[in-house]
Structure formats: C-alpha cells, structure tokens
Design a protein around this ligand. Structure first.
Ligand code: FE2
Length: 361
C-alpha cells in the first residue's frame, strides 16, 4: 500500500495504474489491497466517503473502487460529488455492492458510476473489469492529450503572430457556427473546428519580420507567406485526425475561381471545410486591425464578402455566412480563454443562439 506523497507524474503515464479503494470494512480493504497489488497496481485506501473524496483529489487515481454502504457520505453520494469535479469527469468508478436490485443499479448509473461489482466478488472477474475500465481510461486520457496538443499548436501561432491574437479561436467558433447551418455531421464539425484552430499553424515557419511588417510586402516576402499552408500541412501530418482536417489547412487560401494558392484548385474541388474556413478567415481578418491597415466595420466586411461571392468565395456559403452574421449584435465580445474547451462547449451546446465572432461594429 502506498499512502505517502502524491505521485510526481500523472498515474496514467506510469506502467502500473493507481487504484483508490474506498471501503469501511478493514478486512475487505486489506483483501482488495493485497489482490490489486499482486496484479501490479499501486493502491491507495480510504475508510469513509470524506477521506475518499480527499484521496481522489490528492492521488488522481486511474480508477476508484467504491463500497456503496459507507458511513456518512455513501458510495452514491461520493460518486455524485466526484462527477461534479471536472478533474474526475473521465475517472472510472466501480461500485462494490451487496445489493443487486435494479433500482440500486439505476441509482448508481444515474449518479455517474461506470460499473457494478456484486459482493462477494469472483477475483478474476473483478480484475478483468478493472483492466477493461483502465484501458478505456487510458484511451480517454490519450484523446485529452491530443486536444491539448492542438490547443498548444494554435497558441504557438498566436504567440508568433501577435496582431492576430484570438483570431484562431474566433475562427473556430464562426466556422463551427457555419458548419452547423450546413448540417455537417459531428465528425465533420470536429474537423472544421480543428482546421479553423490550426489553419495558420504553418506561419510558425514564416519569418517574424514578414508576418509583422507594417508596410506592403515585396514579391519575395509574399512568396514566404504563401508557403504557410504547405508548412502547416507538414507540421500537422503526424496528428491522428490529420486526414480529416489536413485539407482545410492546405486549402484555406484557395479561391472559388481557381486563382488561390497553393494548388490553384477551383469550386467544389476545395473541401467544404476549407471553403468555410476561407470565408470566416477573410471576415475575421477584415474586421480586426492589422499592422498594414485598420479594421473594417462588420457591415463593410459583409459587403466585401458579398462582392467576393462566386470569385473568391463559394457563393452559397458566403450568402449563408452573411445571413448568419448580419443577424448578430454588432459588437461582440472576444471568446474567453482555453480555445478547445470553448469550442467543444459550443459544439455540444443545444443553445447555439449566443453571439460569437467579430467585435467591430
Ligand atoms: Fe492562412
């Protein structure tokens, strides 16, 4: 048993997972500890609900094995409280119970438990269920890490290209909004969101003096800027969901009439995600100050989009976007921090009516 200082690194990165056992019966607690340690797990224990709650926060276990019949805070209430804390949102919680009534199972699932183990339990079954829950937990932690990488990459671009601060986040929200108007599938919406967040990640490879230059760019400098879709594509290629959003990064500067870059493709040869990001990118750039020009008003920018429909922009998408933005309040706040969480919240929210996007009136 290890009840010492908390682990120095996340338990999910260790070869053996950490399990928190919350059980008031001393003999059962000792039995479970021996069993789990013999399987290679690190074990922390708590004898009541309050101590279990504290231990979950201190030790950040990979799984909690929880007796339902605890004194004070019982297993259901402890489960409910753990689930209220976003840090424990994906923590597997297995309830140990002598009760097998359907109503108990329903109560447990309602408060957020993942599985039930009926006492007395068969040891191989208990171990098999724990192994399965921890495998799922590790997959979820891996997904969370991937989201963190995407956000970190998006932040890296913004740090380099300071005048465009929050540009990627605003873009992700606007792109998701337009995607919803088009009834894109959840997977397509995710791709559009990632693509919008990362569309300019290739600017990492463009010299600062070019990105922040106040005057007009020389032909040579333009050639450097125009490399960013290609660089971005190479940076993101190792990411697992690259196949879904890579074309957005590569083609967000293509034009409907085929005069864009880097490939000069036209019309629907450019993916719908890239056409969406192309429109919202242009709109957001126009409505914010740049080193070389002042921001346009929302109405002026929408007029530019109408003007560019059928030439730079997909005419149908441009019409939908203008329609969408024209209906929003003229001065909108910038999105709060943590772009991925924000976008995820936006995508999952049933209420899509809250205003997002440009801040210029
Ligand atoms: Fe770009």
């Amino acid at each position: 048993m290890n009840n010492g200082t908390p682990p120095a690194q996340p338990a999910a990165l260790l070869s053996s997972a950490t399990i928190l056992v919350v059980e008031d019966d001393g003999a059962n607690r000792a039995l479970l500890t021996r069993l789990l340690e013999s399987e290679g797990y690190r074990v922390h224990t708590a004898a009541d609900g309050e101590a279990g709650l504290r231990a979950a926060t201190t030790y950040r276990p990979d799984l909690v094995l929880l007796d339902v019949g605890l004194p004070g805070l019982d297993g259901y209430e402890l489960t409910r409280r753990l689930r209220l804390d976003p840090r424990h949102a994906t923590l597997p919680i297995l309830l140990l119970t002598g009760r097998t009534a359907l109503s108990d199972v329903v109560t447990g699932l309602d408060v957020g438990a993942d599985d039930f183990i009926t006492k007395p339990f068969a040891q191989p079954e208990l171990i098999a269920r724990i192994r399965s829950a921890i495998r799922l937990r590790r997959a979820l932690v891996g997904m969370e890490a991937a989201h963190a990488v995407v956000t970190a990459l998006a932040n890296a671009v913004e740090a380099k290209d300071a005048p465009t601060e929050r540009h990627c986040e605003r873009l992700a929200l606007l792109a998701a909004r337009l995607g919803q108007r088009l009834d894109l599938s959840p997977a397509e919406l995710d791709a559009v969101t990632y693509g919008a967040l990362l569309h300019d990640v290739g600017k990492i490879g463009v010299p600062d003096r070019v990105l922040t230059k106040a005057g007009p760019l020389s032909d040579e400098e333009w050639a450097l800027v125009r490399r960013h879709p290609d660089i971005g594509e190479r940076i993101c290629a190792p990411l697992e969901s690259f196949a879904a959003f890579g074309p957005i990064i590569r083609h967000h500067h293509e034009r409907w009439d085929g005069t864009g870059y880097p490939d000069g493709i036209r019309g629907e040869a450019t993916s719908v995600g890239a056409r969406i990001v192309g429109i919202v990118d242009a709109f957001d750039a126009m409505t914010h100050d740049r080193p070389y020009r002042r921001a346009l008003t929302t109405e002026q920018a929408l007029e530019e989009l109408r003007h560019g429909a059928g030439r730079q922009f997909d005419p149908e998408l441009a019409r939908l976007f203008v329609d969408e933005i024209a209906g929003l309040p003229s001065r909108l706040p910038d999105p709060p921090g943590d772009s991925f969480a924000l976008v995820a919240r936006h995508l999952r929210s049933a209420d899509t009516a809250h205003p997002v996007g440009a801040r210029d009136g």
